[in-house]
Design a protein around this ligand. Structure first.
Ligand SMILES: Nc1ncnc2c1ncn2[C@@H]1O[C@H](COP(=O)(O)OP(=O)(O)O)[C@@H](O)[C@H]1O
Ligand SMILES: [Mg+2]
Length: 510
């Protein structure tokens, strides 16, 4: 006799329906799980056996074979417990097959038969819905998250006893629904706003340009100048996320187990600021059951690397792939998985190890070779992906004590949204969205400049000894500046401003 139940497995942010076939045959009592299960899935035998016995059901004294199909994909973790238990309760006649029509099961079991919450319910639930499932049995802990998907009947259960009673028709469970007002809660949270930053007009302008063209940024300035403060406020001027973007970000947070109050569609762009002691694995993602790393948690938002030269070289190097491909591929036994990782990189550096080089006070005691090796820790290929260098000098007293009101984020955001719209329209047939994504060939098509502009650029190259890599970056940034002005052509003042944002090329040779 064979009994079938359904559950879901995650690969990256995509879910695959897994069919759990339970077969009961005569022979020596035993319990096997086949179909490429990992160690954690095999352990589920012991949990399921204990859970069934401790819930006062009879565990069949026959040969049980559980097959997880399709067999070619690797199954990981404890999420199949509930589906396996339902299968065994099915072959033991506690549940009848017809009752299960259209149901899927997601949950881990504890030894006493309670159903526990799992990570990644949101993406699993979306995939199940896509595959035509409309009813879901899961833990109460996951009910809110699952209900975010909408259009599914979510039946939360506390224990397998409750599940059996439900299928027998002895107990009613009202499908769980989420209060739409509660979903919006994340957008009412307090946010950092640019109006708190006094002065620093040059830095603010540069961040506005960065946000408008999705350019990566490095900020250079002494400690206390407000670099962290400025970076934190960047998400507040980025355009609102679309519903699809929100959902994609929320999926990643669901897989990472980071949906704080479980009723949370992430509507704010993420801001992640990992410490420099973190490992390459936590930055990029990984582990036995690969979890998303900081680069994926920053998806559609901002990844801030404060004091970038303090990060070990190998950690910085792993950033190159996601910066190039907008996703990360994690290889491990049994295949590779991919998580999205499309973020704006904002980094900060002090000008030298002590932080005071070039501030005019003569406090700095670092030798030229120390300064060079400090900044040299950021490799050329990484610097190649950073379009804007922003100098953030220490704020002076008159700026700090000034009583005039600073422009708030909402008003800056309006200009940025306009500039982004122009880019979306211009690149609609190119498969890119922003100026920062222009490939060298596209730069020649979309960043055409006249003779005056070319002469200025030539002069700057000769005077400042720019490297070849600066050329395209200046043009792309100039394109964004022109877009902010809604100017079709790149004009001389746009080029002149863009040249200002290559200070690291001018000052140091990295
Ligand atoms: N322009 C500014 N306007 C208002 N407060 C500022 C400004 N710059 C710095 N501060 C104050 O100084 C603190 C330190 O700034 P921080 O961003 O940590 O500097 P950094 O990261 O450059 O070392 C901030 O938390 C803020 O209170
Ligand atoms: Mg700081």
């Amino acid at each position: 006799m064979i009994f079938k139940t359904n559950t879901c497995a995650l690969y990256g942010i995509e879910g695959h329906v897994i069919e759990v076939e339970t077969d009961l045959s005569n022979g020596l009592p035993g319990f096997d799980i086949v179909g490429l299960p990992d160690a954690a899935v095999r352990e589920s035998r012991e949990r399921v056996r204990a859970a069934i016995k401790n819930s006062d059901f009879l565990f069949p004294q026959k040969r049980i074979t559980v097959n997880l199909a399709p067999a070619n994909i690797r199954k990981e973790g404890s999420i199949f417990d509930l589906a396996i238990a339902a299968g065994i309760l099915g072959v033991s006649m506690y549940i009848i097959n017809e009752a299960l029509e259209g149901f899927a099961f997601l949950g881990e079991l504890s030894l006493n038969g309670n159903v526990k919450g799992i990570k990644g319910v949101l993406p699993m639930c979306l995939s199940l819905k896509e595959k035509g499932f409309r009813k879901l049995i899961l833990s109460k802990d996951n009910a809110d998250e699952a209900a975010l998907v909408g259009g599914m009947e979510i039946y939360p259960v506390e224990s397998i006893t409750e599940m059996v009673e439900f299928f027998k028709g002895n107990r009613d469970i009202t499908p769980h629904e989420v209060n739409p007002e509660a979903i919006l809660r994340s957008s009412n949270e307090e946010e950092y706003d640019f109006e708190d930053v006094r002065g620093q007009n040059t830095a603010k302008r540069a961040l506005e340009i960065a946000a408008a063209g999705a350019h990566n940024v490095i900020m250079l300035g002494p400690p206390g100048a407000g670099k962290t403060m400025l970076a934190r406020r960047l998400p507040s001027i980025l355009p609102e996320m679309s519903f699809e973007e929100s959902l994609e970000v929320t999926k990643i947070y669901s897989i990472a187990g980071l949906l704080k109050d479980k009723l949370y569609l992430i509507t704010r762009r993420p801001f992640r600021s990992p410490h420099h002691t973190m490992s390459a694995g936590s930055l990029i993602g990984g582990g036995k059951v690969p979890h998303p790393g900081e680069v994926s948690l920053s998806h559609y938002g901002v990844l801030f690397l404060d004091e970038m030269p303090e990060f070990p070289k190998n950690v910085l190097e792993v950033l190159r792939q996601p910066l190039e491909d907008e996703c990360v591929t994690i290889s491990r036994v049994g295949g590779t998985i991919t998580y999205p990782a499309k973020f704006m990189l904002i980094s900060s550096v002090n000008p030298c190890p002590c932080g005071y080089y070039g501030d005019g006070t003569g406090r700095c005691s670092c030798s030229p070779s120390q300064i060079k090796s400090y900044l040299g820790r950021i490799s050329g290929p990484l610097m190649d992906r950073i379009d804007l260098h922003i100098e953030v000098p220490a704020v002076n007293f008159s700026d700090l004590s000034c009583r005039t009101k600073e422009e708030n984020s909402a008003s800056i955001k309006k200009r940025i949204s306009k500039a982004r719209k122009l880019q979306l329209e211009r690149y609609k047939n190119e498969g890119i969205y922003f100026n920062s994504q222009l490939k060298p060939k596209q730069v020649t098509t979309y960043c055409i400049i006249g003779k005056k502009e070319r002469d200025l650029l030539k002069n700057a190259f000769e005077r400042f000894n720019f490297s070849a890599r600066a050329y395209n970056r200046i043009l792309k940034v100039a394109r964004t500046i022109a877009d902010l002005e809604e100017s079709e052509n790149i004009k001389i003042e746009h080029i002149a401003e863009a040249i200002q944002y290559r200070s690291l090329d001018r000052k140091y040779t990295l």
